[in-house]
Design a protein around this ligand. Structure first.
Ligand code: SF4
Length: 425
């Protein structure tokens, strides 16, 4: 059963009389469990929906709809699948207490992997889930592999029951499923020869493995430092070497580099970032792989659309990771707009200085920085630090930041979104 959260006016659902609070029970006799069932089973032009109204009355809708017209029925979100692992580097363990409850949920859900690109380990898949993935063609999936050796992977995940990942991926791949994968690097556990072996094993699965990212483990002040540490420069350099070696092979054999180090990996290693072309389309940019080059590319492409800011001073607020790399990007934007862009690095007051990502900056730290920003005409704040409801991780709202800031504030992912020429507000 899935509950209706809303119905778009004038849609097919509204015309049928489906209302908020109705329970959708089945489509063509097949019971509904979540949004996947609904989307897949109502993809046909004709089908029968059984539902229960808010008064408990059972109704049946015999639906024929014009091709491509959406039903207009919005569903309540599914219960998120909980994670059965206990990784030492889990970000949830690294959270301070007192944040909103939803942040402490360890999700490991293949449905969210398919829909939103969340990485899942697949360790909690049941036979029925595998059938659904294959039937609904949930592809590509984003999979946290970490290590292909089952013993090492179980140790990393702290889950003695974690199934071997290569047979799992092989079975899904045989059914036409593809994957973007990641290896979170934990020094002295899955680096060195283990990393090379993991890359060989994943490469050996052929075309279904679309990409691999190699990301150094990231910890906060609250993480289990007695059990896990971040890789040092030498360890990151060794990982970059392994990535580059494998890239050569993949490029020669498949025309793509296939494996990519995250920006952090290069930064800690002290090695210059690859060029934009070397990311082959930025398939894992959301995972911090190629973010800087992507940003530069976006700004370059949007050059002619950026509004003229001649004489204006703009403060660009960001995390300490991006601030090291941002001056290069800010220079490109300054050339394109005629404005002056100063990068303001903000230390993470919630998780500690080791957390350097702009997306994890709390609202209070941003407000504190804004209050110190004098002589600016505009401030850009990282849009990725705000959720869909306009709230930062520490429950401060963007609205509050805007109200209390001494200068106008715009959330921005990539400059181009905040400095578009048509937007003169
Ligand atoms: S897989 Fe590991 S890192 Fe991810 S939620 Fe579970 S315990 Fe945390």
């Amino acid at each position: 059963m899935i509950r209706v959260r809303g119905v778009i006016p004038d849609s097919i659902g509204a015309e049928l009389g489906i209302r908020t609070g109705f329970e959708l029970l089945s489509v063509d006799g097949r019971e509904l469990e979540d949004f996947l069932d609904w989307e897949y089973l109502t993809a046909e032009d004709a089908f029968v929906v059984r539902a229960r109204t808010a008064d408990g009355e059972l109704v049946e809708y015999d639906i024929e709809r014009p091709e491509g017209e959406p039903m207009g029925v919005q569903l309540e979100p599914p219960h998120v699948r909980r994670c059965g692992n206990r990784c030492d580097f889990c970000f949830v363990d690294g959270l301070p207490s007192g944040l909103r409850d939803t942040l402490y949920v360890r999700d490991d859900d293949y449905r969210l992997s398919f829909r939103y690109g969340n990485f899942a380990t697949l360790t909690n898949l049941k036979a029925r889930d595998v059938r659904r993935i294959l039937e609904y063609r949930l592809s590509p999936l984003y999979v946290s592999v970490h290590a292909t050796d089952p013993v090492i992977r179980r140790r990393l995940l702290r889950n003695p029951r974690a199934p071997a990942i290569i047979p799992q991926l092989s079975e899904l791949a045989a059914g036409g499923i593809t994957f973007h994968t990641q290896i979170v690097l934990q020094p002295a556990v899955n680096d060195g020869d283990h990393l090379r072996q993991s890359l060989r094993d994943l490469y050996g699965l052929g075309a279904p493995v679309l990409s691999v990212s190699v990301v150094p483990v990231g910890l906060t002040e609250f993480s289990k430092h007695y059990r896990v540490r971040e890789p040092n420069a030498e360890e990151c350099r060794a990982a970059v070497e392994a990535v580059q070696e494998h890239q050569k092979r993949a490029l020669a054999e498949r025309g793509r580099r296939w494996v990519y180090g995250s920006d952090d990996l290069y930064y800690v290693a002290g090695i210059a970032l690859p060029t934009a072309e070397e990311y082959d389309g930025f398939e894992q940019v959301e995972n911090g792989v190629g973010s800087v080059r992507y940003l530069q590319q976006r700004v370059g492409e949007a050059r002619s659309d950026l509004r003229v800011l001649t004489g204006m001073r703009v403060a660009v607020l960001t995390g300490t990771a991006m601030s090291r790399l941002m001056p290069e990007v800010a220079g490109t934007v300054a050339d394109a707009t005629g404005g002056t862009f100063d990068v303001v690095a903000i230390e993470n007051g919630l998780f500690g200085p080791s957390v350097t990502s702009a997306g994890l900056l709390p609202g209070r730290a941003i407000l504190g920085a804004l209050e110190r920003c004098r002589g600016y005409d505009l401030a850009l704040v990282p849009a990725e630090a705000v959720n869909d409801d306009g709230i930062f991780l520490d429950d401060v709202s963007l609205e509050e930041v805007r109200t209390r800031s001494p200068i106008p504030v715009r959330p921005s992912y990539d400059f181009a979104d905040a400095l578009h020429a048509e937007d003169h507000s």
